[in-house]
Ligand binder design. Structure first.
Ligand code: AMP
Ligand code: TRP
Length: 329
């Protein structure tokens, strides 16, 4: 069975965008791939995070993964920092990456823009090498990520090829897997901008653990256009198109089917249907989440997977250490 590896950073509240753009793909793919899905908590340290908040978010994300349908029978769920070998491999890969290529990462350029060198952490710069370690550690075949992460997966491929050429075949060269365009969810108030937890007003973004009735109001007040026909046209009707995407993905129907259903409806009744769908999704998700949190399943799952991932990682790191010539391996 081919292997899938992916992770999400535990920073900020988790959003409907995280579900539709990432977690939903992991859930759909877990039956066909041996999956390793983790909480990328070491990546969260590239900027300052309050330690108590970070601790809470890590557990929250594991709970969300489980509540969304990741099944420990198919998916090994773990917390990156609990497998100490990630940081070891990351160092060796950093030493096999170049300042030039890391400087070309657009995410680094965006995040460091308008900041002086004295306020950007070195971790923010070298973070793609840690991401390469996360991926190459498990010999991933596919890495499902949002489009913003594609460049980092390509870097992991380059590092793998370079290392294999220098030291002999050690790593599998992974492929990125980008969900189809429809899977990008936009801000409800500003539907040309990605729905993101950094949204300042909070009105444009649906949080997975927020009060479902608040989420309902956000959908009802989503920005639309002045025409009153419901159809998909991303350029001219970004607000309505975004709601159609959300509705069709949550109801497991195609955009065409959703359009047929609402084509003649006014915006009010269309929005009510989307709001019902989002509200129902959140109510069910949160009921499962609360049950999981109370059951102790989170620690049970993590304790079991820790042994498994450490074993795989230890073998890989010892092989790498031996190949590069450090220690007495
Ligand atoms: P982030 O929360 O930006 O760290 O992203 C974690 C994962 O969720 C990545 O795979 C993103 O591509 C995905 N993601 C985040 N926001 C959205 C969105 N609005 N639409 C689709 N995917 C998203
Ligand atoms: N960098 C990814 C993000 O910000 C998270 C991540 C870390 C990741 N390591 C990974 C994703 C390995 C896929 C594979 O969203």
């Amino acid at each position: 069975m081919k292997r899938l590896v992916s992770g999400i950073k535990p920073t900020g509240e988790f959003t409907l965008g995280n579900y539709i753009g990432a977690i939903k793909q992991f859930v759909e793919m877990q039956k066909d791939y041996e999956s390793f899905v983790f909480v990328a908590d070491l990546h969260a340290l590239t900027v300052y995070n309050d330690p108590e908040v970070l601790r809470t978010r890590i557990r929250e994300l594991i709970g969300i993964y489980l509540a969304c349908g990741l099944d420990p029978k198919h998916t090994t769920l773990f917390v990156q920092s609990e497998n100490l070998f990630h940081a070891n491999l990351s160092w060796v890969l950093e030493c096999n990456s170049y300042v030039g290529e890391l400087s070309r990462m657009t995410q680094f350029k965006d995040k460091s823009k308008n900041k002086g060198n004295e306020s950007i952490s070195c971790g923010l710069f070298t973070y793609p090498a840690l991401m390469a370690a996360d991926i190459l550690m498990y010999d991933a075949d596919v890495v499902p990520v949002g489009v913003d992460q594609k460049q980092h997966v390509e870097l992991a491929r380059n590092i793998a090829e370079r290392f294999n050429n220098r030291y002999g075949k050690t790593f599998k060269v992974p492929d990125p897997m980008i969900p189809e365009a429809g899977a990008k969810i936009y801000d409800l108030q500003n539907p040309t901008k990605k729905m993101s937890k950094t949204d300042e007003s909070g009105k444009g973004c649906i949080m997975l653990l927020e009060d479902p009735s608040v989420a309902r109001k956000k959908i009802m007040s989503a920005v639309t256009d002045s025409e009153s026909k419901v159809y998909y046209d991303k350029e001219n009707k970004p607000g309505i198109s975004n709601l159609l995407v959300i509705y069709s993905l949550l109801e497991h129907i195609s955009i065409e089917e959703a359009t047929q259903k609402f084509g003649e409806s006014n915006y009010g009744s269309f929005k009510t249907a989307v709001a019902d769908s989002v509200e129902k999704f959140l109510v069910e998700l949160q009921a499962k989440y609360n049950e999981i949190v109370e059951s102790g399943l989170i620690d049970e799952v993590l304790d079991a997977s820790n042994k498994k991932v450490r074993k795989i990682a230890e073998e890989k790191v010892l092989d790498v250490f031996k190949k590069v010539g450090v220690g007495r391996y």
